[in-house]
Design a binder for this molecule. Structure first.
Ligand code: HEC
Ligand code: HEC
Length: 381
């Protein structure tokens, strides 16, 4: 062997060693720590720790009181499952042309919504509805605007495989994860008992991550726990109107989640030119639910304009004003809707509407916003 080819060989070996070293140092070690607001139990699962757990009754201080307990919720995932879900959530590898991640439509800086009236899917076209916030999704018994899914795991299959959303197929999704340099090992860290990546693990990791998005520490919550200076006078005024028998907002947007998790027909209009969205009528096969939608949470509501299932109201003021315009005022002619009995004509003054909007501004808490991964296993942005 000539000296020249020997040196070449040496440098090739050196490059290989370097590549190996750097890939080892770049491997993804999933977190062993639970996110803030969770505590690791003896089984290594993350359990939610929150002030509202101190209150044992949903009617603690009388109906509509602030010190109410939390409804059932999802927790008990391991730190590794939550962390794997974080990578999956932000990784466009989950869509077949590697352009869309969950975070494309659920952006942390936009309240985990996307700022659009209706989201734009993989075909570059608007989908049917607006992206809801994912804050406090851990508590939801029904998912999607029409309530058609009952668990986060079941929900995840929706966007992944809907042709107009992420447009993937189960086979292709599993292939792209299995063939990735890092994901097989990361799934092992999160699901040590399993030999290969399974769809159920993808759903579970996404559910785990989403269940960590807890928002229960707003200025309103400080007030609710007894620190009354946390809210301004106009906000307290707004809160009292919100909870009053005149406005009736809290009958449906019930604290502490600001949703009672029911489906309600309130008769929201569609944006000009769009056909009527019958909402929950379809999954529940019930005419009574025509135009019915899941009562959305109002947490972090100032972050998630535009409002309602198809983003018809650009501002919060307009969304609140809707309730003042009269029962069924926007129902298209000739359509029979069974509007909920709490929707009526509260005749709020302009000032009262402003105060409600002030109050809704006090429901913002993004302190547990997770870190966006600096680097993704797919190498994509
Ligand atoms: C193209 C935009 C888009 C992408 C990508 C997307 N979503 Fe969504 N998401 C939506 C829209 C729109 C809805 C509401 C659809 C409906 O109600 O019919 C929704 C609803 C949801 C809900 C229900 C929330 C609730 O309050 O009912 C969850 C949870 C969710 N998405 C999680 C995810 C996850 C996890 C991913 C990635 C696997 C994802 N989304 C990807 C747009 C998107
Ligand atoms: C009968 C139950 C009910 C009552 C009472 C009610 N809401 Fe709603 N609210 C809903 C439902 C259902 C939606 C979703 C409707 C849709 O998307 O078409 C909604 C949507 C909203 C939204 C938009 C949320 C989003 O994420 O887009 C706001 C803001 C809101 N309500 C505020 C109020 C206020 C303020 C009051 C009192 C004046 C009130 N609501 C009374 C059921 C109710």
């Amino acid at each position: 062997m000539s000296l020249r080819s020997f040196t070449l060989l040496l440098s090739a070996v050196a490059m290989l060693v370097c590549a190996n070293l750097s890939s080892a140092s770049e491997s993804f070690v999933l977190s062993e720590h639970c996110p803030p607001s969770f505590e690791k139990n003896a089984q290594g699962q993350c359990k939610l720790v929150n002030m509202y757990q101190m209150y044992d009754s949903i009617e603690n201080k009388g109906m509509g009181g602030t010190q109410t307990s939390l409804p059932p919720y999802r927790d008990g995932f391991t730190p590794q499952q939550i962390d794997l879900g974080r990578y999956l959530f932000f990784d466009p590898l989950l869509s077949p042309n590697q352009t869309l991640s969950c975070a494309s439509c659920h952006q942390p800086q936009k309240g985990f919504a996307d700022g659009l009236d209706r989201s734009i899917g993989i075909l570059g076209e608007k989908v049917k509805r607006a992206a809801p916030t994912l804050w406090n999704a851990a508590f939801l018994q029904r998912l999607f605007w029409d309530g058609r899914a009952t668990t986060l795991e079941q929900q995840a299959a929706g966007p992944l495989f809907a042709a107009d959303e992420m447009g993937n197929t189960p086979e292709q999704l599993l292939n792209s994860l299995q063939n990735n340099t890092y994901y097989p090992d990361m799934f092992k860290q999160a699901f040590p008992a399993s030999q290969k990546i399974e769809l159920a693990q993808i759903y579970r990791a996404l559910a785990a991550f989403q269940s960590s998005l807890i928002s229960l520490n707003s200025r309103y919550d400080h007030y609710a726990h007894g620190y009354h200076q946390a809210l301004t006078e106009p906000e307290i005024e707004g809160m009292n109107i919100f909870r009053s028998f005149v406005a009736r907002c809290s009958e449906c947007h019930t604290p502490p989640l600001f949703t009672n998790q029911q489906i309600a027909v309130i008769g929201t209009p569609e944006p000009a030119g769009l056909p009527l969205d019958v909402g929950a009528e379809t999954p529940f096969h019930s005419e009574k639910l025509k135009g019915g939608f899941k009562v959305p949470t109002l947490r972090n509501i100032v972050k998630t304009a535009p409002y309602m299932h198809s983003g018809v109201f650009p501002t919060l003021r307009e969304a609140v004003d809707f309730y003042n315009k009269g029962r069924g005022h926007a129902v298209p002619e000739g359509v029979k809707m069974y509007i909920h009995w709490h929707i009526w004509e509260p005749n709020l003054t302009e000032q009262e509407i402003d105060r409600i909007v002030d109050f809704l501004g006090a429901l913002t808490d993004e302190s547990l916003t997770p870190a966006i991964p600096q680097r993704l296993p797919s190498g994509l942005k």
